[in-house]
Ligand binder design. Sequence first.
Ligand SMILES: C[S@@+](CC[C@H](N)C(=O)[O-])C[C@H]1O[C@@H](n2cnc3c(N)ncnc32)[C@H](O)[C@@H]1O
Length: 418
Amino acid sequence: MKINPLQFQQTVRVLEKMLRFESPADAVLSGWFREHRELGASDRHVIAEASFTILRRLETLRAWCAPKKPNARHLLLVAMAKLWGTNIKEFGEAVNEDEKTWLAAVKGKAQPDSLEARAELPAWIIERLADQSEEAVIALGRALMQPAPLDLRVNTLKARRAQVLDLLRDEGFEAEATPYSPLGVRLAGKPSINRHELFLRGEIEVQDEGSQLLGLITGARRGEMVVDFCAGAGGKTLLLGAQMNSTGRLYAFDVSEKRLANLKPRLARSGLSNVHPTLIAHENDVKVKRLAGKAQRVLVDAPCSGLGTLRRNPDLKYRQSPESIAELNVKQASILASAARLVAPGGRLVYATCSLLPQENMGIVEAFLAAHPDFELTPVDSVLAEQKIPLAVGDVLQLNPAVHQTDGFFAAVLTRKQ
Ligand SMILES: C[S@@+](CC[C@H](N)C(=O)[O-])C[C@H]1O[C@@H](n2cnc3c(N)ncnc32)[C@H](O)[C@@H]1O
């Protein structure tokens, strides 16, 4: 990557903000671009690429800089020298003689051989993946460094996947059917799609294939009462509503007014009329209690570390910590226990996260099952087969970006005994 002096200076300033890890890196970047409207499209592209690459490769970059504790400027200089092949001479007057000597020494260093650097994951995350081999952790970490593709979901209320694929290909998009989700389309090259007529007409939505699978294994059917307990802006709600063919009742609960507000325009495009967005104060809200024992399907897409989405949010590995995971665990257990009360006898409860950590996944499910003998684990393979999804994963779904090319989602299907 080539970077000019203006882009260099701007990247350092953006990175300084990102490296405080106080707010999401993509929010820092969009805020910066809003404040600096003078930056052109190519400047923005370079600043975004450079800063996100540095976040993705931070373990390696820091190891190369050691024993120096690098600041944003050092990290960018080393990324230029080591990752993008800039010669020391090319830095010209941007660096002083001491920095040139230091950079020349760094340039001669080999690839760091710590597991943290090879997997580009901090030590505390690696410790929590101890059930996986070193090779698996490295493969996972490397897959998480790749930018995610753009996946779409076809809204079956309005369109068929074959038609959408034909139309997109006719327009020159490189579009493929996703391998597992029967509703998914994968586009190469991350084109901007949100002004496309298919999007504006509500025939497609942007949704990672893994997220589609979580919705599909909920198994919502026509005429049922279904609750999406942590609906957010409705990524999965919209899929559930389409699976129900806009019949029955689909409650979209969330504690965030802002997120539910973001669901509204998506709902309007989707053509669904069976969705009831419902703001709740907390998981034990009286609105939740009123539906006790009434829902055939309840999806708990729990608040989680998001570590399965590092392809999109590489800063999360530094914004989360063992302490934040422990706090999330308390919340996850409490939400799952409360949501379980809604499930009708024989009904289905799906617990899902976009985390890779057993502590947020199987750990929560095992504790739930131990405390709720009226629920049992239904092997997800049988549910995937029922949905005609060509994937065999065992008892629970753990999607791995290195294996499935999706974000790292987890899901367990729990059935309330009759
Ligand atoms: C992983 S996100 C949901 C994403 C959404 N299902 C989708 O597919 O787009 C988790 C959501 O849980 C919500 N949440 C947090 N605490 C909650 C609670 N106590 N009860 C219900 N929802 C909660 C958050 O506001 C957030 O929107």
